[in-house]
Design a protein around this ligand. Structure first.
Ligand code: SF4
Ligand code: SF4
Length: 138
């Protein structure tokens, strides 16, 4: 609930800043500001989405363990907001648990925690799902 409110406020604030800056384009510096605003907006959305994905994936994993569909001691992997979308992890996954859908994501039901994605990732964005939520923002 509060994350949704923060998301809406952040997006509105960034869009208003962007509109404001767009209205007064005069030179290269203003264009730099617009580009920076777009970058900030992208990072905010990406990080909030990654945080939501993290929370939902944890719930999904707990349900899968409760239903005994995955072993209780398995800790599936998760792709954090630090992902730079290089695509290197996609062909490495032996169970096709990784998909590209705006962000790269791991299906915890398919992940067997083999670590192959973590070993190839250039920015350390593939991590076990048990890490604290704070570690998953961009
Ligand atoms: S840990 Fe292994 S199974 Fe899980 S997403 Fe990464 S490569 Fe795929
Ligand atoms: S290897 Fe890392 S940075 Fe590249 S797409 Fe996969 S998670 Fe993202």
């Amino acid at each position: 609930m509060w994350t949704a409110v923060i998301l809406i406020i952040s997006v509105v604030a960034l869009v208003m800043a962007l509109v404001n800056r767009t209205a007064r384009i005069r030179n290269g510096e203003d264009i730099d500001e617009i580009r920076n605003s777009l970058y900030e907006l992208r990072i905010t959305l990406k990080s909030l989405r990654a945080e939501w994905n993290f929370k939902l994936a944890k719930i999904q994993v707990n349900l899968l363990k409760y239903q005994e569909k995955i072993p209780r001691d398995r800790i599936p992997y998760f792709i954090t907001g630090e992902c730079i979308a290089c695509g290197s992890c996609l062909p490495e996954c032996p169970t096709n648990a990784i998909t590209e859908n705006l962000l790269f994501e791991i299906d915890p039901a398919l992940c067997i925690a083999c670590r192959k994605c973590a070993e190839i990732c250039p920015v350390g964005a593939c991590r076990p799902l048990e890490e604290p939520a704070g570690a998953f923002s961009a």
